[in-house]
Design a protein around this ligand. Structure first.
Ligand code: HEM
Length: 418
């Protein structure tokens, strides 16, 4: 991030193309426009400030601590001025910066280890098998509503240590809390406030219970987490539970939906995964690279920043183009080819982010997809579209199918096979 050659230009003085995230374009058209722009430019103008399109620049922005998360600013950017909603927003791990964020990541990091995600793998298989039991005999279903939507909540409940009878409660409050990603946010803030209050109250009761009766779950691990005598306060524990719901449910269900839709279009790859479930880890990386549910993320300059001889004034918004970075030909060979046996590139796909805010639940997210996809492929062989896919608007923060109707020849349950 140094200035070379001594000539620094202000970003506002540059003649950059404007790539507007239009909802009237299909995802394919939008991808084509972004990729065409990426062939000629590393930096473009976007609705919210600027956007970097290449892999190295996206990673550089996400790793540079002067670019701060804009997560807490999104409601204001979307026109929300409801005072109750605004003053109720607490600092979250998603938006904290500097020492505060470093401290939170240090305290909670261990509780999100690959080992704790692996512990839930048998449970994940059971959830998917149960969901499939409801639809498989009919030989057709809506993968988005029948499988993807209900999949993550039981897993988050099991992770946290919330009992089965509370799954319905979690689904309901999560659905309202996740309205924070709706495009009509100003109209639904009261629902978000009510649901957050209900969840807070529930979480406080669960914390009290776990303090007196520790269990083998995330909440107990977070309560016990200690670094040099430092611990999370009750407020911070409540915040972490909300963060897990906000960041860990819609992402997973949409990524699973994107994966199935993509594999539907590549029946040879679907059949290969059914035959060789051990390919799941590679398949999941390739699916997230080729078709990530989180297509971009936004930062703002906390001070004047100079990068590649360009000065970005304090307050500038910058979008890191994860989806275009994931098809950057300088990192991925034949990037527009989808193949689940792809050799790992020297650098990872970016759908789980990079830098200090990179996905805390990455191990869990990978495990959820790695367990779900081979089971789906084996119990829904010869899957094919059974009508048009209805997609969310391409500008939504977390993209995926709203409806994904498919038909298939029912496959046998695979409970005993893995
Ligand atoms: C396929 C599913 C998932 C995807 C694609 C995904 C993607 C991401 C991305 C891109 C970020 C970084 C955002 C940024 O830099 O602005 C992130 C952060 C985060 N994710 Fe995930 N995520 C997924 C699943 C999960 C799960 C299952 C959990 C928790 C159980 C989780 C918890 C978090 C948290 C807490 C953060 C904030 C970390 C921080 O700011 O320090 N995510 N995720």
């Amino acid at each position: 991030m140094t200035v070379t050659g001594g000539t620094t230009v202000d970003v506002g003085d540059l003649d950059l193309p404007f790539v507007e995230p239009r909802d009237d374009l299909s995802l394919k058209e939008r991808n084509e426009r972004l990729q065409a722009a990426a062939a000629d430019h590393w930096l473009v103008r976007s609705t919210f400030g600027y956007m970097v399109l290449h892999y190295d620049d996206s990673v550089a922005v996400l790793r540079d601590r002067r670019w701060h998360s804009a997560a807490s600013m999104l409601p204001a950017l979307m026109g929300v001025d409801d005072p109750e909603f605004v003053c109720r927003r607490r600092t979250s791990i998603l938006s904290a910066e500097g020492d505060e964020h470093v401290r939170l990541r240090r305290l909670v990091g261990k509780a999100f280890s690959p080992r704790s995600a692996d512990r839930l793998r048998p449970f994940m298989r059971q959830v998917i098998d149960d969901l499939l039991d409801h639809v498989v005999e009919a030989g057709r279903c809506d993968v988005a509503t029948d499988i993807c939507d209900p999949y993550p909540i039981p897993i988050i409940c099991e992770l946290l240590g919330a009992p089965r009878e509370d799954w319905q409660f979690f689904s309901r409050v999560a659905a309202d809390i996740l309205r924070v990603f709706d495009t009509n946010l100003p109209e639904v803030t009261h629902l978000i406030v009510e649901a957050s209050d209900e969840l807070d109250e529930y979480t406080r009761r669960l914390i009290t219970d776990r303090r007196s009766r520790p269990a083998d779950d995330l909440l107990t691990a977070l309560i016990a987490a200690e670094e040099e005598g430092d611990r999370l306060s009750t407020e911070e524990l409540v915040m972490m539970v909300e963060a897990v719901i906000v960041a860990g449910t819609d992402t997973t269900r949409n990524q699973l939906g994107c994966a199935v839709a993509l594999l539907c279009d590549h029946p040879d790859q679907w059949a290969l995964l059914a035959r060789q479930p051990d390919l799941a880890p590679q398949a999941v990386e390739e699916v997230m690279r080729y078709f990530g549910a989180v297509r971009a993320t936004i930062r703002f300059a906390s001070e004047d920043i100079e990068y590649r001889d360009i000065r970005f004034p304090s307050g500038t918004f910058m979008v890191a183009g994860l989806s275009t970075a994931n098809v950057d030909p300088s990192v991925f060979e034949a990037p527009t080819t989808f193949v689940i046996t792809r050799e790992p590139a020297s650098r990872p796909q970016l759908t789980l982010g990079a830098g200090i805010h990179s996905c805390l639940g990455a191990a869990l997210a990978r495990a959820e997809l790695q367990e779900a996809l081979p089971l789906l492929a084996r119990r829904m062989p010869d899957i094919a579209a059974d009508g048009p896919v209805v997609w969310k608007p391409p500008t939504t923060a977390i993209f995926g199918p709203q409806h994904l109707p498919v038909r298939f020849t029912p496959g046998a349950p695979v409970r005993s096979q893995r």
